[in-house]
Design a protein around this ligand. Sequence first.
Ligand code: PBG
Length: 327
Amino acid sequence: MELTERPRRLRSCAALRRMVRETRMDKSSLVYPAFVVEGQGRREEISSMPGQYRHSADRLLDLAEALLEAGVDKMMLFGIPARKDACGSEACAEHGVVQQAMRALKARFPKLYLIGDVCMCEYTSHGHCGILKGETVDNDKTLGSLARIAVSQAEAGADMVAPSDMMDGRVGAIRAALDRAGHEGTPILSYAVKYASSFYGPFRDAAESAPAFGDRKTYQMDYHNRREALREARLDIQEGADILMVKPAMAYGDVIAQVKAATDLPVAAYSVSGEYSMVKACARQGFINEAGVMCELAAAAYRAGADIYITYFAPELARAMDEGRIG
Ligand code: PBG
């Protein structure tokens, strides 16, 4: 057979396949999301996310040690306070659950890179991501609270803040407040392109943050839209975002690719709770190979253009990278 082009030539052995690989990944781009609760000695498994736990600050230290050992040196923290109220006031408390955890982590592991999730839904009694006016979230009133949360996290040792609320103008408000407080060097990782997604279901169990009424569709994006992602990205860039996130990851490769092409900022993809839980549940049934699917999903996010990958599988992925199964 006379064939000049034989793509199989470059697939003939593992060494060659690795040599010509188009997508390369590195542990330095992994971020692990963790849930912090109040109290001591607590490590409670999240029923809808097997293998994921809510930790009290002291137990979070053990988790951080294990992550560092696996080569994952970046954590994103979500707080679940003991008391919630209409204004989510615990979110910016000096001794709030996340602030305390950050101080403890920084004292023990100064090199651990800490990202604070800036949002109110875990802290409000109604579960919405801001302050209510009637049954809707009051955008402009919420901005002040978000700015206070970001500053309080920076004071507690956050290396970076990540607003996930989807209010208009929040990146600008947070940037101005950080600068005023002397944190002009603290970068903002903006959840710029965050869709209203059913993939967040398990997270809301974990954080007890499901909205008490209605949904988040008046602030999170409609998943039918792609051009709107560019608009959100553009606004956040203008307001001073340092990194743009697309969320979820798995079903949004087209959006990741498009945002990547439209910006010169680093792009992060968040593989959310529902993605993790789907893989876990299917693997437990014996329907899929967990590690195989985990690697494939990660590669898909990077291939689409993600520079940073936020995932509950971060330590397992790091191991897969070490063993050359991916990367
Ligand atoms: C807070 C927030 C959510 C997630 C990250 N930040 C939940 C939501 O918007 O309802 C979801 C993360 C995940 O599902 O893993 N607003």
